[in-house]
Write a protein of this length. Structure first.
Length: 142
């Protein structure tokens, strides 16, 4: 039987509402072509071992390389003592680092493009451009 947080003899705290885990999206170039992966886990383990949430079969990736966590501060990546390191936009990270949509996360030598949160019931749609297109990027002002 599961007790409530803060339970004491004779009194119980009100139940803590479960926070819905948000879904976040990465793009990765694979031997089968480009792939989009949407993860709905609060702690995503990345490494070479097959029991990771994202198992990257590449020699530059450590067995347990990095962890991505969804927190109330956003999405955070942390290197787990890997041999070849973890970078965000070309800068090696130590400790925890916040990810922003558009960041390029490199696990060893494997680049992942971070898109941010998505709604699974309204997934991103691919636009096929045959001539030209004008868009307004979501980027900081110059």
């Amino acid at each position: 039987m599961q007790g409530n947080l803060g339970e004491t003899a004779g009194a119980t705290a009100p139940p803590v509402p479960a926070q819905a885990v948000r879904t976040f999206l990465f793009a990765l170039s694979t031997d089968l072509g480009p792939k989009l992966f949407a993860f709905r886990v609060s702690n995503l383990l990345i490494g070479r071992l097959p029991d990771n949430h994202l198992a990257l079969n590449h020699g530059s990736v450590s067995r347990r390389h990095a962890k991505i966590s969804v927190t109330n501060r956003g999405v955070i990546v942390e290197d787990m003592g890997s041999q070849n390191g973890t970078t965000v936009n070309g800068t090696a990270i130590t400790g925890q680092h916040n990810l922003k949509p558009g960041d390029i996360l490199r696990i060893g030598y494997v680049p992942l493009f971070y898109f941010g949160f998505v709604q699974p019931d309204n997934p991103p749609v691919m636009d096929i451009v045959e001539t030209s297109i004008a868009v307004s990027p979501n980027a900081p002002p110059i």
